[in-house]
Design a protein around this ligand. Structure first.
Ligand code: CP
Ligand code: NVA
Length: 306
C-alpha cells in the first residue's frame, strides 16, 4: 500500500480519526510546552505551484516543531517549469528528502509524483481536493461540537476542491452534508455519486442556501473564484451573489451554528465582515489547527518509512 496522502478516498474512518486524535494530543502538548524531536534529521520538500500563506507556514512550523527541516520550492524555481518530467522529479527528490508536500493544479500531478516517488507525497491542495485542510476543519468542528457523526454540515457556494473534499469526508466519517451550489458550479459529479453510494448519512445537493443551512450545526464557505480562476472573478461574483454567508443567512440557521472558512476570505463576497469577525466564526481556529494536523500527518507518514 502506498504511503501517500493524495485524497481522502485512500483512508478509512479509523485512519482519518487517528489524524484528528493525534493532532488534538499534539495541540495539548504544545500548549504544555512539550518539546518534540521525533523528526530529527528528517527533511521535507514543499513544492508549491500556487500561492499559500497558511499551508506553507503551518507545514514548515510543524516540521520545525518536531525537529525536522524544510526546503521550499516554488514551481518556477524547479526544472518542472522547464518541463522536466514529473516521474524524473519524483525519483530525484526521493533521493534527497523524506517526504514531498505538493500544491499544484491537476490532481494527476500529485498522483504521478506518487507513482514514482519512494517517499510520501502529501497533497497540499489541487484543483480537485484539499484533504489536509478538511482534516483541520473537522478537528475544529469536533473541538467545539463533539463527534462529527452526530452533526449536520452545510456547504454554501462553489462546488470546488474544498466542497469535493468535504463530500469525501462525509461519506468516510458518516455525517450529514447539505451543499447549496448554483447551476453549473456543482461539485465533481463522480465524487458526489461515489460518496452518496457509500455514505450511511445523506449527502444532498440543493440550490437554496437557506435550505442548506436550516438545520445545520456548521456552515462552511470558501472563495467564489479559486486559485487559477481569477479571470472568472467578476462573472462568478454576479452568479454567486445570493450565496453570500451573511447575517440574514445565519438567521435561517440554528442559533448555535458555527461558521467555517478555510481562508483567505474575500469580505463582502462569499462572507461578510460581520460574520467573519463574529463570535460564531472559527476561521482562525481552523488556521491554527492546520499546524497540528500537519504535525500528525508528517509524523505518521515519515515515521512509517522508518
Ligand atoms: N487555507 C489555505 O490553504 O490557505 P493558504 O492558501 O494560505 O495555504
Ligand atoms: N478553493 C480555494 C481554497 C484556498 C485555500 C482555492 O483553491 O483557491
Amino acid at each position: 500500500m502506498s504511503n501517500h496522502l493524495l485524497s481522502l478516498w485512500d483512508f478509512d474512518k479509523q485512519q482519518l480519526n487517528a489524524y484528528i486524535n493525534r493532532a488534538m494530543q499534539l495541540k495539548k502538548e504544545a500548549a504544555q510546552g512539550v518539546r518534540h524531536h521525533q523528526l530529527d534529521a528528517k527533511v521535507v520538500a514543499l513544492i508549491f505551484e500556487k500561492p499559500s500563506t497558511r499551508t506553507r507556514v503551518s507545514f514548515e512550523s510543524a516540521m520545525y516543531g518536531m525537529g525536522g527541516q524544510v526546503i521550499y520550492l516554488s514551481g518556477r524555481d524547479t526544472q518542472l517549469a522547464r518541463n522536466e518530467p514529473l516521474k524524473d522529479m519524483a525519483r530525484v527528490m526521493s533521493r534527497y528528502v523524506h517526504a514531498m508536500v505538493v500544491r499544484t493544479f491537476g490532481q494527476e500531478v500529485v498522483e504521478e509524483l506518487g507513482r514514482y516517488s519512494s517517499v510520501p507525497v502529501i497533497n497540499a491542495l489541487t484543483d480537485l481536493f484539499h484533504p489536509c485542510q478538511v482534516l483541520s476543519d473537522i478537528m475544529t468542528v469536533e473541538e467545539v461540537k463533539g463527534e462529527i457523526g452526530k452533526l449536520k454540515i452545510a456547504w454554501v457556494g462553489d462546488g470546488n476542491n474544498m466542497a469535493n473534499t468535504w463530500i469525501q469526508a462525509a461519506s468516510r466519517l458518516g455525517f450529514e452534508l447539505k451543499l447549496a451550489c448554483p447551476p453549473g458550479y456543482e461539485p465533481n459529479p463522480d465524487i458526489l455519486a461515489a460518496a452518496v453510494r457509500e455514505s450511511v448519512k445523506p449527502i444532498v445537493l440543493v440550490r437554496d442556501p437557506a435550505e442548506a443551512v436550516r438545520e445545520a450545526d456548521v456552515i462552511n464557505c470558501d472563495v467564489w473564484a479559486s486559485m487559477g480562476q481569477e479571470h472568472e472573478q467578476q462573472e462568478r461574483a454576479a452568479i454567486f451573489q445570493t450565496y453570500q454567508v451573511n447575517g440574514k443567512l445565519l438567521a435561517a440557521a440554528r442559533a448555535d451554528a458555527i461558521v467555517l472558512h478555510c481562508l483567505p476570505a474575500h469580505r463582502g463576497e462569499e462572507i461578510t465582515e460581520e460574520v467573519l469577525e463574529g463570535a460564531r466564526c472559527r476561521a482562525f481556529d481552523q488556521s491554527e489547527n492546520k499546524m497540528h494536523i500537519h504535525k500528525a500527518i508528517l509524523e505518521k507518514h515519515i515515521l512509517a518509512e522508518g
